[in-house]
Design a binder for this molecule. Sequence first.
Ligand SMILES: CC/C=C\C/C=C\CCCC/C=C/C(=O)SCCNC(=O)CCNC(=O)[C@H](O)C(C)(C)COP(=O)(O)OP(=O)(O)OC[C@H]1O[C@@H](n2cnc3c(N)ncnc32)[C@H](O)[C@@H]1OP(=O)(O)O
Length: 283
Amino acid sequence: MLRSVLRASTTRLGVTGSRFCSSAADKLVITEVDDKTGYATVTLNRPPVNSLNLELLTAISETLDDLQNNKSRGMILTSSSKSVFSAGLDIMEMYKPKVDRMKEFWSTLQDVWFKLYGSPFPTVAAINGHSPAGGCLLSLCCEYRVMCQNYTIGLNETRLGIVAPTWFMASMRNAMSRRDAEMALTLGTLFTTDEALKVGLVDEVATSKEDAIAKATAFLDKFKKISPQARSMTKQALRSKDIMELEDNRTQDIDLFVYAVTQPKVQKGLEMYLEALKAKSAK
Ligand SMILES: CC/C=C\C/C=C\CCCC/C=C/C(=O)SCCNC(=O)CCNC(=O)[C@H](O)C(C)(C)COP(=O)(O)OP(=O)(O)OC[C@H]1O[C@@H](n2cnc3c(N)ncnc32)[C@H](O)[C@@H]1OP(=O)(O)O
């Protein structure tokens, strides 16, 4: 039985909420902990497409802190949308940006990556909708991915004329073969669910969100008889090279992001992309 709500994270207005004080629908991230298993289901809740702006990233980051502080037994990451897991980074954070906010935005994305990619507790993404770019990154940070049928997933940055940072690339390389990752990253491939299964970008296919959560739970159950400490030390050792690489280059990575995104050519590209998205949604 799910009991809500472990932590009421940042609201859509960007104000930190308190425990149990307002309805889950107001929260950017909803955390529910199963009494029996101790697993937390973390639901991204920023309609319409869970695009990752500063406030949503802050809420995710705070949620990950809470789970770690509460010695979580496992986390399932999913979405409240019926058709989108996450549309990736909120393009409005990069289009005509204010530099200070942009730096905070990127630094918070780095925090989320450190906390999720390096989390001591086991993590699964129940991908119940499209998952391009930053959405794909969130799922790649998890140890296991279960994806519902008939959606798309991938790091499609090159299709937008931008370059995925090296730590995005490392996260993909950790899940699939180097060769497939190189092809996927250079082409900016958005895989269908079945294609993603074939290349190992996802581990299982589900018929519904409920089925995805059930399969995610079954994955977490596999660790019941494994020492949590031995498990987390093994995971962190395997991922430590990627983590240290970004730790050593955090500031340069932020500077490079600001430099790249503020280039007139990139701004023009983002403008055209936004226009195309708006025109599509207006149809
Ligand atoms: C070395 C460094 C070098 C260079 C550095 C440069 C850059 C740094 C790297 C940055 C890495 C970037 C990562 C990213 O995540 S970029 C974002 C990429 N995302 C996408 O391409 C997805 C775009 N969205 C879609 O394809 C569809 O929306 C989606 C997810 C399939 C859902 O489709 P649908 O349900 O039909 O919904 P709509 O398309 O109608 O969208 C509804 C509504 O949302 C707006 N929207 C969608 N996606 C975004 C987004 N990512 N950001 C902001 N807004 C978004 C869309 O415009 C609609 O708005 P409207 O007002 O018209 O309702």
